[in-house]
Each structure stands twice: as C-alpha cells, then as structure tokens.
Design a protein around this ligand. Sequence first.
Ligand code: TPP
Length: 541
Amino acid sequence: MTRVAEAVGQALARAGADVVFGVMGSGNLSVTNALVDAGVPFHAARHEGGAICMADGYARVSGRLAVCSVHQGPGLTNAITGLTEAAKSRTPLIVLAADTPAAALRSNFRIDQDALVESVGAVAERVHGPESALADVARAARRAREERRAVVLMLPLDVQAAEAAGEPPPAAPALDRPRPGADAVAAVAALLAASERPALIAGRGAVLAGAGPALRALGERCGAVLATSAVANGLFAGDPYDAGIAGGFSSPLAAELLADSDVVVGFGAALNQWTTRHGSLIGPAARVAQVDLDGDAIGAHRPVAAGVIGDAAATAEALLEAVPERPGRRGPALAAALAEGRWRDQPYAESAGGLDPRTLTIALDDLLPAARTVVVDSGHFMGWPSMYLGVPDAAGFVFPQAFQCVGLGLGNAIGAALARPDRLTVAALGDGGALMALPELDTLARLAPNLIVVIYDDAAYGAEVHHFRPLGEAVGLAQFPPTDFAALAEAAGCRGLTVRTTQELDGVRDWLAAPDRPLVVDAKVDPDLCAEWLEEAFRVH
Ligand SMILES: Cc1ncc(C[n+]2csc(CCOP(=O)(O)OP(=O)(O)O)c2C)c(N)n1
C-alpha cells in the first residue's frame, strides 16, 4: 500500500523540487524519505531556523524550487523567522510542515499553523485528504512558482497515514507573465524619449524576472545609467554604465548621478527609503516611473508620473520597441568616471583603533576569486561587504534583509553554497548574527567546504551601539566580552582563523590553495568606527 506521505513526496519531486533541507521529526520523516527515494537530495540542518534559511539561499541563487521539511508545531515555529524573510522577499519555496490531525484537540504539538504562517506573509496550503493529495501538492508548487510565494504545505498526520488514492491532476501549461498594457508602456516610453539624464533602477522583481539583458539593452537605447536596489546588486555587473547600488550603499558618484537624473524608472524595485536614501537620491524635479507586477507597489513610497503593471523583463522588452535611440547621458567620460568611482577607489583615513573593516574587505576583494557568491547578514557591518566586495552577477549576491533580521546569513550562505558549488561562497556576518546561527556551524562543517565565513567582530551589537551612543544612552547592554570564533569553528569541524591585521590574511591565502574544510575568519575590527551609511540612516530614523 502506498500511503499519502509517500505519494506527496513523490509528487513534490515530480513537481520540480530540487533539494530539501530540514530537521527530522516523527511527523515529517516519511514524506522526506519519499522525496529522497524519488531522487531529491536532502541536507540536514541543526535547527529549523537554519533549514529554512538554507532553502531560501538555495532558491535565490539557483532559481529552482527548494523545500524545507519540518515537524509539526515547534518544528514549524522554529522556522518562522526565516520564513518571514522568504515570504517578504517573494522567494518561491515550499515548507513541508507536518500538522496535528484535525481531531487531536489536546495534542501538545497543536497550534493554528495556518494562521501562524499567514500572519507572516506566507501562503498556507494543505493536503486535505487522500483523494485531493496530488492536486494539493500541484497547487502548492504552482503557487510557489507562479505567484513567487513562500508556501507552507500542511500535512496532517492522519492524512499522511491514509492509503493514497486519486489521480494526478492533468499537467498545467506553462504561463507567461502578464504583458504590460500598451498605453502604460507608451507613457514610460515618452518619459524616456524626452529624458536627457535617465536612470534605470532594478530591484528584486527584475532579478526574479531575468530582466538583466533587456534592461541593459534599454539602458543602451536611451543612454541611461543603470543601478540596482541593494538586493539586486550584481544584475548589471560588467556594464560600463553600471553605477552599482542605489541607496545608502551608493558610491559618491552613483549618488550624484542618481540625484541628478531627470527621469528615474524602477523595474521591480519598491523605490523605498533604503533605495532612495530617504528620498534624497531622487531630485525634486525628477519624473519617476515604476514597473511592477503588483499594482499596490506602484507609487507606494513616492508619487510616480507613470506606472506599468507588468513583468520587468516583458516591460523592458516592450519599451525597447517603443523608445527611440538616444545618447542620453552616456559617453566615454561617464564610463571612465564610473570605472574609477567604486567605493574601493575612494580615499579614507585608516582607523587607528583596530582592523579597519574597509581595509579588511578591500584585501579580501583582492584575495578571493571573482567567481563568488557573497551572502550578507544584517547589522552595522553589512555595508562593508556590500560596498567593497565585487560580485559577478545577481546570483552572486544574497541579501536577506526584507525582515531586517539578524542571524539569517549563515543559513542562507550554506544554501547558496550548495546551489553553486562551483563558486566560492563568502558569508559576511557580524559576531551577533554568527552567534544567533551557531548550531549551523556544525552543518557548515558537514556540507560546505568551499565557503568562507568572515565575521566582522566588534564584540557588540554594533548597530545598537552606534545608534544610541551618540544620543547619550548607555550601550553596555549591547556589548560583550571577546568571543573566540576560531576555537568555536575548529570545535565544530571547520577551520578557524583570527585576524587582527591584513598580514594575518595570509591564512586565507593558504586555505584558498587547499580548501578542505570551510574557513571561519574572526576579524577583530575596530568597534568604534561607525559606517557613514548607518549614521545617515539614523539621522532620519
Ligand atoms: C533577530 C533580531 N534581533 C535583534 C535585532 C536588532 N538588531 C539590529 S542590528 C543588531 C546588532 C547585530 O550585531 P552583529 O551581528 O554583531 O552586527 P554589528 O551590528 O555589530 O555589525 C541587532 C541586535 C534584529 N534586527 N534582529
């Protein structure tokens, strides 16, 4: 007899599940075994909070469907923080969550799982019964993919144990993204056709749509500078008119170019406070247009002169047909300025109070192979890797910041490393975020030899220290004695290296020559150096 649990695992494999991360419990072992038997690789995390982040990072980098498998009740609650990030970032993924039987009213494990996951923006789906099970799986997979949602598929224990029945639903046709309306495209085309200094800003929607090539061509057509929100960093890598990240991490030249633009068009970008530096990167006379699949996103943060509901790639292609060839603001002088206008080209006064994080990051940028995936946790430090480490493309940058949550970086990095084992994965963490993800040092040692963790270790929740100290507030509660991350790493089976000077990065060079185990670099950075972007963000906090 085939039970529903097995049939669900098999159906999910057929629906395109590429990988499964999880923590085993009695409620999810059978379905996960079925996935593995159907050829889907399984990777064990040590905490569900790690497993969901691994699935998120894997999906972001591979563009394929990742699954996270958890036990009912506490297995799911442990995954909720990472699930919130995935849901807010619109990562297409599936959480397979066991659930208590409807009649088990007194089960210790019982919670309202549907309400819980819906409250954080994920989609609650359910295997309702043996007859509907295969259709339920197909619907969950389709919603994850087509709607770009984090879907939680509930698997009640009694339904799992029942005998499988029912036929697979007929194969669904592939769907094209909605084509933009002709009038809306014409309105944006008219703005670009009249623009002297256009800028195109791409966000995560553009990355998910694969809009990079069409946007590069559109930029060329109308003579625009190209920029991305932080989360889409890398989308225009190598383009001579790529100004890099728009927002707090913008280089001085990028900020100047963006603020001086007469037309700004966002593609799958919210144009929120972060991307516009609280509005200051969009000049008062600039005309703004926004392209988004979600009508609610258009004009949400700033009034727009034109809006298009449509896929970023399809709309960029439609605009290419409608916009005449123009020089816009492009020319050799601008290309030359951009080539020398990166953050690492800016002079700075080296910090006197310990390792300068800029010097550290520039040295790493030189040392580490260019074929890399950079994954950044949240905290004060997060500007350094985003601003000073180059990335080869959008898949080479993972920025799980939609929930502004500390501690998601390590799990995302392990998932990213499994998605792209051909590239070196660089996990940039703060000491606070590293300690929140500590159980996954064990997973790191088991699964991801080609991964370097760089801990910007200021022995503090630096973001809080730098926020409150200037206000005269005591910050001792956010400061800690030193942590020996190298020893923790070695104990978990990784290599550990403590770095106080750039000379000590020789240990990284040695490791790169023979990366047998992942390397954890504990970089003891100057705790008193406050990043300019953070100072500025706090001024308007
Ligand atoms: C889960 C979570 N807890 C608390 C916070 C508040 N918070 C924001 S930044 C930060 C400090 C993070 O410290 P660390 O990882 O060491 O990075 P640093 O700021 O020192 O560079 C904290 C606690 C948060 N954003 N997320």
